[in-house]
Design a protein around this ligand. Structure first.
Ligand SMILES: [Zn+2]
Length: 268
């Protein structure tokens, strides 16, 4: 089997890609991307990701998820409420066969996102309910965690989650190692190349627990510039440099990890 690159966390159904998605997909292929694990943030996005899977079935591997931060009705971001999941739930069941993972789900406890304890409680409830869906569907989870590293990992362990990707993880290395012990994977977008502050964390996590991601259209190599899956090569090279191995080794191992974690993405 050929080993291309797997972007384990990107938002190809985002509005930012609506106008030129064909070119974006073409550039991904040219960069050697073999699969796009395509997360969503709420039910409004679900039909778009399925449409993209129909158009690019060899590349787009869809995930459904309700993100801890919601943007609706043109308003600013707000912390997720249980009703946001209630609206999405029937669609999870309707399309379960097409999903490769449940995500993007998780916790965001940064103070301006979740100012009250009620916000945090609601986020945890929505997160736990989606972890149950993943177990029921026998799917892995694609997880966002900000200012909530420890609680995210301990909730997943308590819920008996064995297959998880913690994307753009920025917690302490000691907390990450708890996740490694639980068998979880960690991925890092091109934005980590901008500063060296994540190097120590990346050095400590064994390569056998690392995947590649871009989080496109966010978290690119340049601030305020749209990110694309083809930039995955930057993450690959950066991780190779920190680990003192070749980019080819990082590509091979992370792609094997990606297909172990998201086996349904292989078929795409
Ligand atoms: Zn994301």
């Amino acid at each position: 089997m050929e080993y291309g690159l797997v972007d384990c966390h990107c938002h190809i159904s985002a509005a930012e890609f609506e106008e030129d998605v064909d070119e974006v997909i073409q550039r991904s292929r040219e960069a050697g991307v073999q699969a796009l694990v395509s997360v969503t943030e709420g039910f409004e996005e679900f039909s778009r990701v399925l449409e993209l899977q129909s158009r690019f079935p060899d590349l787009v591997a869809p995930c459904f998820g309700v993100h801890p931060l919601q943007v609706s009705g043109g308003s600013d971001q707000h912390s997720v409420k249980c009703q946001d999941l209630d609206s999405a739930l029937p669609l999870f069941y309707k399309h379960r066969e097409r999903l490769v993972a449940v995500g993007e789900i998780g916790l965001d406890f940064t103070p301006w996102c979740a100012p009250t304890q009620q916000d945090k409680d609601d986020q945890m409830e929505v997160f736990i309910r989606q972890l149950s869906i993943a177990k029921e569907f026998d799917l892995p989870v694609n997880v966002h965690s900000r200012s909530a590293a420890k609680v995210t990992i301990s909730i997943m362990q308590d819920q008996g989650i064995t297959r998880a990707l913690l994307h753009n993880f920025a917690g302490k290395p000691s907390v990450a190692m708890e996740g490694v012990k639980a068998g979880y994977f960690f991925s890092f977008p091109p934005a980590v190349c901008r500063k060296r502050e994540r190097d120590k964390l990346i050095r400590q996590i064994p390569l056998e627990h690392i995947c590649l991601e871009t989080d496109s259209p966010a978290l690119g190599p340049e601030k305020h510039v749209r990110n694309e899956p083809c930039n995955i090569l930057l993450s690959c090279r950066h991780i190779a440099e920190i680990k003192g191995v070749s980019p080819e080794t990082v590509q091979l191992v992370t792609t094997q990890n990606a297909f172990r974690l998201f086996p349904k993405a292989v078929a795409h």
